[in-house]
Design a binder for this molecule. Structure first.
Ligand code: ACO
Ligand code: OAA
Length: 373
C-alpha cells in the first residue's frame, strides 16, 4: 500500500524532474537509473554505481579500471587543508569536520566553471575519506596519516585509513554494499538542499557543503548514530523490548525507524540486515544484532513502524570497529554521488527554486516612534 503523501513538509509535492532514481514507486522499491538497488548491491562495487549515477550507464571493465585509477590518484590532501584539519578540536563532530573540509577544498580548488563539475566531484569522492580520517587520527591518536593508499575501492580505503591496515574481504564487501545503499535517494532533504543551492548557479562545493549540513540532523542521516546510541544502551533483547515500550509510552521518537516516503519497508534494510548478521557471526558476538532484531519486531508489532536504511547500519558499522561518530560521515562519502548528480541535473535544466509561503503573521501596522514603545 502506498503511503498517503500530503500535509506539511512539502510532502507529496512534485518539486522537479529527475532521471536518477525512484523511491517507493512500486510501494517499497528503490532504483538508480532503472536498476534495482538490490541488484546493484549484489553485483557491483561502489565505484561502478558512482559511475552509473554520475555518468548515466554502468561502466565496462576498462572504464571501471580507468575510473578507479583516476580516483586513486586524487587521494592526496593539500597541506593548507591538512593545516585547517589539525586546528579542529577532537571534540568537534566529524560531520562539522567534513563540512569544513569540503568548504576548504572549495577555497583551494574552486570550481571555476561548470565544465569542471565531474572532475570536482571525483576529487571530492577521492578526498573525503582522507579528510575525515586525517582529522580523526590526528585529533584522537596524535598521528599524521598518509591519506594515499593503494586500495582499489573507497570502502577499503576508508577502513584502511581509520584502522591503519587493509580491511578483510568481508569488511570491504560490506563497505561496498553500504556505500551503494546510501548513494542516491531522489528529493530527500539533503539532496533538495544541494539542488536549491545549485539553482542559484552557485559552485559545487557550496552545494555539497549545504547538503552535508542537512544530512547531519538526526531526522535524516544522523539517525544511524542515534540508532547506535539507542542499541548500545540495551543489555539484551528483553531489555530492548522493555526500553522501547517505555519510550513509546512516553511518545519518544525511535531513531532508525519510519520513513517520509516508504510505507511498509525500506528496501535497503533487508540488505544491510543480512550483512550485519554475517558480521555478527564473524565476530562470534550476536548481541547487538539480536537486540536490533528485537527492536524491529517490537516497533512493527506496536506501531507498524519499520527499520529504515539507518537502523541495521548501526550494528554493521559497529561490528567493523567504526566509531559511532564516523557513521554519518561515511554516509556523506556515498551520498556525495547522488548530490553531485542532482546538481548536474539541476544545472542542465535550471530555474531558480523559489517557492511561496502562506503568510500567517501580523496585519499591516505602522512603526511607533521608539520613545513611545
Ligand atoms: C536515510 C534517512 O534519512 S532515513 C530517515 C532517518 N530518520 C530517522 O530514522 C528518524 C526517525 N524517524 C522519523 O523521525 C520519521 O519517521 C521521518 C522523519 C523519517 C519521516 O517523518 P514523517 O514523514 O513526518 O513521518 P510519518 O508521517 O510517517 O509519521 C507518522 C506518525 O508516526 C510517528 N513516527 C514516525 N516515525 C517515528 C519513529 N521513528 N518513532 C516514533 N514515532 C514515529 C510520527 O510522529 C507520526 O505521528 P503523529 O501523526 O502522531 O505525529
Ligand atoms: O528519502 C529520504 O527522505 C531519506 C532517505 O531515506 C535518504 O535520503 O536516504
Amino acid at each position: 500500500m502506498a503511503k498517503q503523501l500530503s500535509g506539511a513538509g512539502l510532502r507529496g509535492q512534485v518539486a522537479g524532474k529527475t532521471a536518477l532514481s525512484t523511491v517507493g514507486k512500486s510501494g517499497s522499491g528503490l532504483t538508480y537509473r532503472g536498476y534495482d538497488v538490490k541488484d546493484l548491491a549484489n553485483n557491483c562495487i561502489f565505484e561502478e554505481v558512482a559511475y552509473l549515477i554520475l555518468k548515466g550507464e554502468l561502466p565496462n571493465q576498462e572504464q571501471l579500471t580507468a575510473y578507479q585509477s583516476k580516483l586513486k590518484g586524487l587521494r592526496g590532501l593539500p597541506q593548507a587543508l591538512k593545516d585547517v584539519l589539525e586546528r579542529i578540536p577532537a571534540s568537534a563532530h566529524p560531520m562539522d569536520v567534513i563540512r569544513t573540509g569540503c568548504s576548504m577544498l572549495g577555497n583551494l580548488e574552486t570550481e571555476e566553471s561548470f565544465d569542471q563539475q565531474q572532475d570536482a566531484t571525483d576529487r571530492m569522492l577521492a578526498a573525503f575519506p582522507g579528510i575525515i580520517n586525517y582529522w580523526y587520527r590526528f585529533s584522537h591518536d596524535g598521528v599524521r596519516i598518509e591519506t594515499e593508499t593503494d586500495d582499489d575501492t573507497i570502502g577499503a580505503h576508508f577502513l584502511h585509513l581509520l584502522h591503519g591496515e587493509k580491511p578483510s574481504e568481508l569488511h570491504e564487501r560490506v563497505m561496498n554494499v553500504s556505500l551503494i545503499l546510501y548513494a542516491e535517494h531522489e528529493f530527500n532533504a539533503s539532496t533538495f538542499t544541494a539542488r536549491v543551492c545549485a539553482s542559484t548557479l552557485s559552485d559545487i562545493h557550496s552545494c555539497i557543503t549545504g547538503a552535508i549540513g542537512s544530512l547531519r540532523g538526526p531526522l535524516h542521516g544522523g539517525a544511524n548514530e542515534a540508532a547506535m546510541e539507542l542499541i548500545e544502551g540495551m543489555k539484551d533483547p528483553e531489555h530492548a523490548e522493555e526500553s522501547l515500550m517505555g519510550m513509546l509510552e512516553r511518545k519518544e521518537k525511535i531513531m532508525g525507524f519510519g520513513h517520509a516516503i516508504y510505507s511498509e519497508s525500506d528496501p535497503r534494510n533487508e540488505i544491510i540486515k543480512v550483512w550485519s548478521e554475517k558480521l555478527a557471526a564473524e565476530k562470534g558476538d550476536a548481541q547487538l544484532y539480536d537486540i536490533s532484531v528485537r527492536c524491529e519486531a517490537v516497533m512493527w508489532r506496536e506501531k507498524k513502524l519499520f527499520c529504515n536504511a539507518d537502523f541495521f547500519h548501526a550494528s554493521a558499522y559497529n561490528y567493523m570497529g567504526i566509531p559511532t561518530k564516523l557513521f554519518t560521515p561515511i554516509f556523506v562519502c556515498s551520498r556525495l554521488t547522488g548530490w553531485a548528480a542532482h546538481v548536474m541535473e539541476q544545472r542542465a535544466d535550471n530555474r531558480i527554486i523559489r517557492p511561496s509561503a502562506e503568510y500567517v503573521g501580523a496585519e499591516p501596522r505602522s512603526v511607533v516612534p521608539i520613545a513611545e514603545r
